[in-house]
Design a protein around this ligand. Structure first.
Ligand code: SF4
Length: 342
C-alpha cells in the first residue's frame, strides 16, 4: 500500500550569522493511511521543523533540505510553491497550538471557513457557507448556524481549537498535522479535543501526525511513535511496544516525567539538563551530556538505529547492551509503579 506520507533520510539545516544550525538529521518514517503517528520530543528536538519542511514552509533562502518527502507517492521536495499551496489545506490540513495566531481576528469564523473552501473547491459561496456550518456542527460547536457569524475572540480557548480543527478538516484532507494542539488547554478541554480528533479521524479516515512533548497524548491517540532528540530519531515503535519496553534512556526520562504529582503537588522526575545546542551539537550520542548511563563510547560514536527484540520494527539508538537495558528498565518501571502507589 502507498503510504499517506513517507519521509526518507530528511535533513534540514539553517544558515545563521553564528553558523549552521542542523535542525533535522537523517529522519525517516512512514505514515499509513488512516493511522496516527505521534512525534514526541522536547522543544528544540527538531519535531516541528521536520513537519514545516514536509509542508514546504521553511524558507529556501535560509534552509538547506536533503532527502525525500513522498506524499501519496509524489515527491514534494523541489515541488513548486503553487503545488505546495494546493496541497496545504487540501491534501494536508494543519492545526497549531495557538489558534489566535492562525485565525484572522477581524474576520468572522464563517468567512474564514468559506475562504478555505473557495480556495480549494469549485463551489458557490452558498455551498461554501453550508460546508462551514456543517463542519462546525461536526466539531460540536453549539448553535453552529448562529456562531458561524461570530469573530474568533467571541469563542473560548477550547472552542477556538475546535474551529481550528474545523478549518483543517473542511476540505477533507488525507493527512492532518497537529502541532501541540492541546498544550495551551486545561486537562478537561484537552481530553475533549483528543476525543473529538479520534472521532473525526474514524469518520473521515484521516491520517494524523500528532506532534507533542507529552507521551500521555501519544498513549491516548497514536498507533506509532517516533521519539526525537537533537534533530534525530532516537526511538521508533508502535505505541504498545514503546510503553512495554522503551529501549533508551531519553525515552525512559520522558516516561518518568509524565504528569504525576507527589504529595507536595510537585511534578516528579523532570529530565535534568537542557536539550543540546543544534549550532554546536555534542559529538557521539546527542543525549550523552544528560544521560546518567553515559559510557566513553557514547561521547564519540553516534549509536545506529538498532532493531529491538521487542515488537515489530521497534528501533532505538543506544550503546547500552540488551541485558543492561532490560535490567535498568525493569528497575525504572518498578520505581514508577511504587511512586504511583504511594
Ligand atoms: Fe546514554 Fe550512551 Fe545510550 Fe546515549 S548511547 S542514551 S549516552 S547510554
Amino acid at each position: 500500500m502507498v503510504a499517506a506520507l513517507e519521509v526518507k533520510d530528511l535533513s534540514t539545516s539553517f544558515r545563521t550569522d553564528d553558523g549552521i544550525v542542523q535542525a533535522v538529521s537523517g529522519v525517516s518514517f512512514r505514515l499509513e493511511p488512516g493511522s496516527t503517528l505521534g512525534v514526541v520530543g522536547e522543544s528544540g528536538s527538531g519535531k516541528s521543523v521536520t513537519f514545516l519542511t514536509v509542508m514546504g514552509l521553511v524558507d529556501p533562502r535560509q534552509a538547506t533540505v536533503r532527502g525525500s518527502v513522498l506524499l501519496q507517492g509524489e515527491e514534494m521536495l523541489g515541488a513548486s510553491q503553487s503545488r505546495m499551496r494546493q496541497i496545504r489545506g487540501r491534501t494536508i490540513g494543519m492545526i497549531f497550538q495557538d489558534p489566535m495566531t492562525s485565525l484572522n481576528p477581524v474576520k468572522t469564523i464563517g468567512w474564514q471557513l468559506q475562504e478555505a473552501v473557495l480556495i480549494h473547491q469549485d463551489v458557490s459561496k452558498k455551498e461554501a457557507r453550508k460546508q462551514a456550518i456543517d463542519i462546525l456542527k461536526e466539531v460540536e460547536i453549539p448553535r453552529a448556524d448562529q456562531r458561524v457569524d461570530d469573530y474568533p475572540h467571541q469563542f473560548s480557548g477550547g472552542m477556538r481549537q475546535r474551529v481550528m480543527i474545523a478549518m483543517a478538516l473542511i476540505n477533507n484532507p488525507e493527512i492532518l498535522i497537529a502541532d501541540e494542539p492541546t498544550t495551551a488547554l486545561d486537562v478537561t478541554t484537552q481530553a475533549q479535543i483528543l476525543r473529538l480528533m479520534k472521532k473525526l479521524q474514524a469518520e473521515h479516515e484521516t491520517a494524523i501526525v500528532m506532534i507533542t512533548h507529552d507521551l500521555g497524548v501519544v498513549a491516548e491517540l497514536a498507533d506509532h511513535v517516533i521519539v526525537m532528540y537533537g534533530g534525530k530519531v532516537v526511538e521508533q515503535a508502535n505505541v504498545d511496544d514503546l510503553f512495554v519496553k522503551p529501549e533508551m534512556p531519553y525515552t525512559w526520562g520522558l516516561l518518568g516525567s509524565l504528569p504525576r504529582l507527589n504529595a507536595t503537588g510537585a511534578r516528579l522526575d523532570q529530565i535534568p539538563g537542557q536539550p543540546p545546542s543544534l549550532l554546536n551539537p555534542p559529538s557521539g550520542c546527542p543525549f550523552h551530556p544528560r544521560c546518567e548511563f553515559v559510557m566513553s563510547i557514547c561521547r564519540t560514536e553516534l549509536p545506529g538505529l538498532d532493531l529491538s527484540t521487542v515488537g515489530n520494527d521497534h528501533r532505538f539508538r543506544c550503546h547500552l547492551d540488551e541485558e543492561s537495558r532490560t535490567r535498568i528498565w525493569n528497575q525504572k518501571k518498578a520505581a514508577l509503579v511504587n511512586e504511583d502507589a504511594a
